[in-house]
Design a protein around this ligand. Structure first.
Ligand code: MN
Length: 354
């Protein structure tokens, strides 16, 4: 019930944004997990840069952005006329990677390294120059990301070797921020995968599902894990994916209303009991539903936790107290209660599930 703040929240209990996407005119597109935007909205690099700074200032209002601006201008110049497969200027990509990281409230060095993450690999700029301009810390991060990019995967063996590849990946990066940048890099590449050839799409999706998503999970960054898994499913099992998107979207409004009522009731009960808490709705993501249907051979109707309520409290004592309040009002389902406080998950996740 209480959970690390970095996890994915959809505050109003709405389903993952892509469920809203009923792409009839081929115009609408989910761009960043925050909603649907017109494709043309953000292809201007300077506008994207403005968005990046705005998001940084949300969690770090007094941030000195001169170094970030310098990195942006330098990367833009270094990538020059290079284009993404989508036809957009290449700088769009590092900008989005930096924005994903700003949403995770990462530090300045990580944001700067994100903006520069492809310049050593793809342009004439060298490691030494980065060190000179931005210091050894940023240079090490960029170098780490470049090296991780050089791990060669054998497409046929990914499933068999996944555990080894994940270990190698984690061992190669001496700084955890390198891995987080790499995950953000992969996420943006997955968001824009539709511009790749079908064969490449499957290959990248397989890699993402078997290597990147589990690493995100192991690091406890469920916001990234969820989107990586859903995007992989979309390319690995397109039929199942679109089937789910459609079925779930249909029931969405009824479910939203129900979740809202439930949230209000729960909030009131906790308040009466004198427990300070934040109550949120969360929708199960597509891959998680899909996995449950396949593994437990269930239909969509047989899945009870398509949505859930999440209660965040200040300490462990309040967490158990909140559970007491909930079980007093709602009858628990036998065998469904889990105490991850007494027995944390391997990634140190702690909470109570009921
Ligand atoms: Mn990249």
């Amino acid at each position: 019930m209480s959970e690390n703040k970095t996890t994915y929240e959809s505050l109003d209990g709405k389903i993952a944004p892509e469920a809203l996407l009923k792409d009839t005119r081929g115009k609408l597109q989910m761009v960043d997990g925050h909603g649907i935007k017109q494709e043309a909205d953000y292809d201007d690099p300077d506008k994207l840069y403005g968005m990046l700074i705005a998001r940084i200032q949300k969690y770090h209002p007094s941030a000195d952005v001169t170094q970030i601006e310098k990195a942006y201008n330098l990367a833009k110049k270094a990538h020059g006329d290079q284009k993404r497969k989508s036809g957009e200027p290449y700088i769009i990509h590092p900008l989005w990677v930096a924005i994903i990281l700003a949403d995770l409230e990462m530090d300045k060095e990580t944001i700067i390294a994100a903006l520069l993450h492809d310049v050593v690999e793809d342009t004439v700029m060298t490691d030494e120059e980065i060190k000179e301009e931005f210091g050894p810390e940023v240079a090490l991060l960029v170098d780490g990301v470049t090296k991780l990019g050089q791990i060669a995967y054998d497409a046929d063996k990914i499933e068999v070797q996944a555990e080894n590849l994940r270990k190698m990946f984690l061992a190669m990066a001496k700084d955890i921020r390198v891995i987080i940048i790499k995950l953000a890099d992969r996420l943006h590449n997955m968001r824009t995968l539709k511009y790749m050839k079908p064969e490449k799409q499957k290959e990248k999706a397989r890699e993402t599902m078997d290597i990147y998503a589990p690493i995100a999970q192991r690091l406890g960054i469920s916001k990234l894990k969820i989107e990586l898994e859903d995007l992989s499913l979309k390319y690995l099992e397109p039929e199942a994916y679109y089937d789910l998107v459609e079925k779930i979207a249909v029931r969405k409004s009824a479910r939203d209303a129900y979740v809202h009522r439930l949230m209000n009731d729960v909030e009131a009960c906790l308040k009466d009991a004198g427990i300070k808490a934040t109550v949120m709705g969360r929708a199960k993501h597509f891959f998680s539903i899909y996995k449950k249907m396949v593994n437990q051979n269930k239909t969509l109707d047989q899945i009870y936790d398509l949505f859930a309520i999440r209660i965040i409290v200040d300490d462990v004592k309040d967490c158990y107290a909140a559970l007491g309040v909930i079980h007093e009002k709602y009858k628990p389902i036998p065998g469904r209660f889990k105490d991850y406080i007494a027995m944390p998950k391997p990634n140190m996740y702690q909470s109570l599930h009921t």
